[in-house]
Ligand binder design. Structure first.
Ligand code: PBG
Length: 331
């Protein structure tokens, strides 16, 4: 092919702001954001999370205020995670099944205050409730057992749905949990409760600050490599996603985010389903640390990264920057 220059000049459409606006292929709006929030005990409590500058744990009243803030900003969904007191943690994570646990109280309070103005996404996995910090039940060798864990996760999911959760998000990576949870939801009149499956969740070095935030960091012995995926694998991510879809997932998630854009892209191209990314705690902390070190402008950096998820094919992004990004987008 001969060069099309000078007839074709790609700089022509970039020459002015109106033209750049007209040719923009990807749009990021507050409606693309899901805001993860950490719940803690008490009332009137705000506890900053040291490893996540700008992020706090809030007591239920504060969580309700954040939910109202999200509604006002145009953020359609919040994701809840509990900071469980050490005294309520146990080997079997039974606190996950307590109908009056932090997650249930926060979910009910948000639903009472905001109704269907906002979706509440709840995480299904046992790590915020176990004394060992693993996502499931352990056998004598310390291995996280699959099927017995799934049975508990089903009860955890029902407990959350009974409290009013709109989206159940299993982050545990056990085999077969999506099907088991879907069946239980169907049999218990929760037909419109969605499942967003953490389908391709990697055993990542980017989760450290989250484990501080939910209080499981110091407890965790070993790693989660026997259930979370090897960062080297992408074909396997497609198998995970195919299975979760077949088992009844309404949407799928890739986690962490930016280091796995190829997985997001492949998933979207291949399955043509809603794909979400979780820009995780370590990604947030690195943006904040980079900005604090003067490496780059924080707002420009985070908006460029969030846009990248949309460009790669995401329907939305879980990000601790959600409220701040929405404020920037709303001007
Ligand atoms: C655990 C869970 C983790 C995150 C969400 N759910 C951490 C882990 O797997 O250890 C990480 C989120 C983040 O880092 O922001 N089920």
């Amino acid at each position: 092919m001969t060069s099309a220059y000078p007839n074709l000049r790609l700089r022509r459409t970039r020459a002015s702001a109106w033209s750049r606006a007209l040719h923009r292929e990807t749009l990021l709006t507050p409606a693309d954001l899901i805001w993860p929030l950490f719940v803690t005990d008490g009332s009137g409590v705000e506890e900053p999370v040291a490893s996540l500058p700008g992020v706090s744990r809030w007591s239920v009243d504060g969580i309700v205020a954040r939910a109202k803030e999200a509604v006002a900003l145009g953020i359609p969904c919040i994701a809840l995670f509990p900071h469980t007191q050490p005294g309520r943690r146990s080997d079997d994570g039974a606190e996950a099944l307590n109908p009056d646990n932090l997650m249930c109280r926060a979910t009910k309070a948000i639903k009472d205050a905001c109704g269907s103005d906002i979706g509440v996404l709840t995480d299904v996995a046992l790590d915020p409730y176990t004394s060992h910090g693993q996502d499931g039940l352990l056998d004598d060798s310390g291995y996280v057992v699959n099927d017995d864990t799934v049975a508990v996760l089903v009860d955890q999911a029902l407990n959350q749905a009974n409290a009013g959760a709109d989206v159940i998000a299993p982050s545990d990576m056990m085999d077969g949990r999506v099907r088991a949870i879907r069946m239980a939801l169907e049999m218990n009149a929760h037909t419109n409760v969605q499942i967003m499956a953490y389908s391709a969740k990697y055993a990542s070095a980017f989760y450290g600050p989250f484990r501080d935030a939910v209080g499981s960091g110091g407890l965790l012995k070993g790693d989660k490599k026997s259930y979370q995926m090897d960062p080297a694998n992408a074909d396997e991510a497609m198998r995970e996603i195919a299975l979760d879809l077949a088992e009844g997932a309404d949407s799928v998630m890739v986690k962490p985010g930016l280091a796995y854009l190829d997985v997001i892209w492949r998933a979207k191209q291949r399955f043509e389903v809603p794909v979400f990314a979780y820009q995780v705690s370590g990604e947030y902390a690195l943006i904040e640390a980079g900005a604090a070190a003067g490496v780059a402008d924080r707002d420009a950096l985070l908006m460029e990264k969030l846009l990248a998820f949309k460009r790669a094919g995401c329907s939305g992004v879980l990000t601790y920057h959600a409220a701040h990004a929405a404020r920037l987008l709303n001007g």
